[in-house]
Design a protein around this ligand. Structure first.
Ligand code: AMP
Length: 183
């Protein structure tokens, strides 16, 4: 059974039980949401993939874009389930071909995200996937990159949304699916 349509509370709490909170990682004051126990659980992992793919199937999506690095782990099986291709968005300097780059906000300063300039076609329908929606800076930069190349961002999917960081404010009007919410 998939988490979407909503209403399966036992699935939500089962998945939350598979997320480990690590206080003060990677820096003081941050509670890191460790999804490795969820990834290691066969039922939990398939529930996540089925729920995201089920929510976005039938919309004509031909590319699923994963954000480095944990986004890759979720995006690739979702792409397979949708019969779409997989596209990586990576931190600066990792991609070997010609890239488009976009700045994103970090706690101190900015970073750069890169996408191969031929990774998506004009008007191609894409879904963006990452593990956590926190401040939304990374996801917003990814949508800017994709739209600069002419792709259409149909939606964004996350396993976890940290509601108290208001990431949705950076993604106005977007179709956003977050499986697990923390306030
Ligand atoms: P942001 O750009 O602030 O929305 O941050 C999102 C990116 O940072 C995602 O790629 C997440 O993997 C990572 N991230 C941010 N906050 C956390 C957290 N508390 N636990 C785990 N990953 C996080």
């Amino acid at each position: 059974m998939a988490l979407y349509p909503w209403g399966v509370e036992s699935d939500v709490s089962r998945l939350k039980d598979l997320i480990r909170d690590i206080p003060d990682f990677p820096m003081a004051g941050v509670v890191f949401k460790d999804i490795t126990p969820l990834l290691a659980d066969p039922e939990g992992f398939s529930l996540v993939i089925d729920s995201i793919a089920g929510r976005f199937e039938g919309l004509g999506i031909t590319k699923v874009v994963g954000i480095e690095a944990r986004g890759f782990i979720i995006a690739a099986p979702v792409a397979h389930r949708l019969g779409a291709g997989f596209v990586p968005v990576r931190k600066v300097g990792k991609l070997p071909w010609q890239v488009e780059a976009e700045a994103y906000e970090l706690e101190y300063g900015t970073g750069l995200l890169e996408l191969h300039s031929d990774a998506v076609a004009i008007d191609e329908l894409v879904l963006v996937v990452d593990d956590v929606l926190a401040t939304g800076g990374t996801a917003a930069a990814t949508t800017r990159l994709l739209e600069r190349l002419g792709a259409k961002v149909v939606g964004l999917a996350f396993v976890i949304e940290l509601g108290f960081l208001n990431g949705r404010r950076q993604l106005p009007g977007r179709d956003i699916l977050s499986l697990l919410h923390y306030e």
